[in-house]
Design a protein around this ligand. Sequence first.
Ligand code: BTN
Length: 331
Amino acid sequence: MSTRQQVLELLKNTSGFLSGQEIADKIYVTRAAVWKAIKALEKDGYQIDAVTNKGYRLKADIQKMSGESIAMYLSENGIGDELAVHYFENLDSTNDYAKEFSKTGIEAVFVAESQNKGKGRKGRDYYSPKGTGIYMSLLLYPDVEPKKATMYTCMMADCVCEAIKEVANMETSIKWVNDIYLNEKKIAGILTEGMTSFEEGKMSYMVIGVGINVYAPFDGFPEGIAKTAGYLLNDTKGESVDIRNRLCASIITHFYKKYKANDKSFIDGYRNKSMLIGKYVKLLTAGHDEKKTSKGYALVTGIDNECHLQIKYDDGSTDSLSCGEVSVVKY
Ligand code: BTN
C-alpha cells in the first residue's frame, strides 16, 4: 500500500482529528511524507479538514470515485497487488481505453467518473454523467475460445448483483443476458468486447465494461431512457458515503476471484436471479425461428449451464438462445 493509501485508510477509519505526527507514527513515515500524502489526496478530490493543533480529518460527505479508495478496498479484499486500478476524471469510454491498453498484456481495471461516449450493447450510447454512476472496465486475457466469452458476461452479471447485496443490502435481478434490474427498472448493464486470435482460436484479450446508475443523475435521465432506467439509491449523503468506491471494489473482487479460480458456481446464482424464467418474452433479435410462433413470443423455461436461454414456442417446439435480446410481454 502506498503512503497515500495508508493515510486515506487511517482517516477513513477515524471519526475525529489525527495529528500529522500521530499518522506518521502509525504508518512509520516522516511528517513530511504525511503532508505530501494529504496534498495528493486533496488533489485527488478528497476534502480534508486541516486544523492547527488538531490535525487532519476527512470530511464525511465525500462522494468522489477515487482510484486510491478502490485500490485500498481491493487490498483489504486481498487482490490489491494483482490488479492495478487506473482512474480518470473523464474518458470517452473505459472499454475503449482498456482495449488500447491491451497492447501491454497487463491485467487492469479502468474507472472513470464520467464518459463522453459511453457505449452500450448493439451500438447504443450509454449515458454516463459524473457524480452518480460507476463506469468501469476490466481488462483480462482469458485462455478460452471466443464463444465462451458470454459466460464471463454472465459471471459479471451475477457478481454485480452479489456486490450490490454485499454493499447496499439490496436484491437485484438479471435480465438475460446482461442487464441488472431493480423494481422493473434497468439499473446496470454490461458490455463485453474482445479480440480473437484466429491462429490460436482463442481470445487475445477481453474487456468487460460495467455501467451502474448508483444514484439518479443530477439532471435526470435523457428522454429516450427516462421510462426504463432506474437507480440503486436515493441518498447521496450519510450512510452511502464512499459507496461507489466500495461497490466498484466489491464487484472486481467477486469477479476476479471467480475468474481466477475458474469457479462455475455463479451459474446457479445467475439462474436464481433471472427475471425471465416462467415469463413470456418477445424475441427482438436474430437467432430464433419466427415461423414457429404466430406472435413472435416464447415462454422462457430455463437457463442452461452454458447460460443459454431455454425457450418454448407456441407449437411446443423448443430452442436454446446463446445470445440476443428479449423483452418481457404480458401474454
Ligand atoms: C448496456 O447496457 O447496453 C451495456 C452498458 C455498458 C456500459 C459500460 S460503462 C463502462 C464501459 N465503458 C463503456 O463505454 N461501456 C461500458
